[in-house]
Design a protein around this ligand. Structure first.
Ligand SMILES: [Zn+2]
Length: 123
């Protein structure tokens, strides 16, 4: 199990915000009950809809700029846009959802957000 010290890398790899070694997720987006390395209790976390907002901004910007560039550069048929952009938007959104959720949970832990109720006994 790879241990990460950086909060950003912990988020990218879905690791515990405290030790950087244990798994944060039990499924694709389901958060585990506790860290399997340090025992940090994950219950009470609340990333809610927070991760969706930056993902919508990032994916929306990339897809709009990409579609505009493709249209102005190659003038393809509309069906080519319909083939390219919906699957790309879906894949990018799904790829970014897990790291952004981990980033929000890690930020709640680091900032000791009350809603998260993470214990701060080992900080
Ligand atoms: Zn841990």
């Amino acid at each position: 199990m790879q241990k990460t010290d950086s909060p950003i890398l912990s988020s990218v790899f879905g690791r515990c915000p405290r030790c950087g070694g244990g798994h944060l997720f039990a499924g694709y987006l389901e958060v585990a009950r506790s860290c399997n390395a340090c025992g940090l209790d994950y219950t009470g976390h609340d990333a809610a809809d927070g991760p969706v907002v930056p993902i919508m901004l990032i994916v929306g910007f990339l897809s709009a700029v990409g579609a505009l560039w493709l249209e102005l550069t190659f003038h393809p048929s509309i069906w080519l846009h319909l083939i390219i952009w919906p699957p790309l938007i879906l894949l990018l959104s799904l790829a970014l959802l897990r790291p952004f959720k981990a980033l929000f949970i890690g930020a709640q832990f680091k900032l000791r957000a009350e809603g998260g109720k993470f214990p701060d006994k080992n900080l």
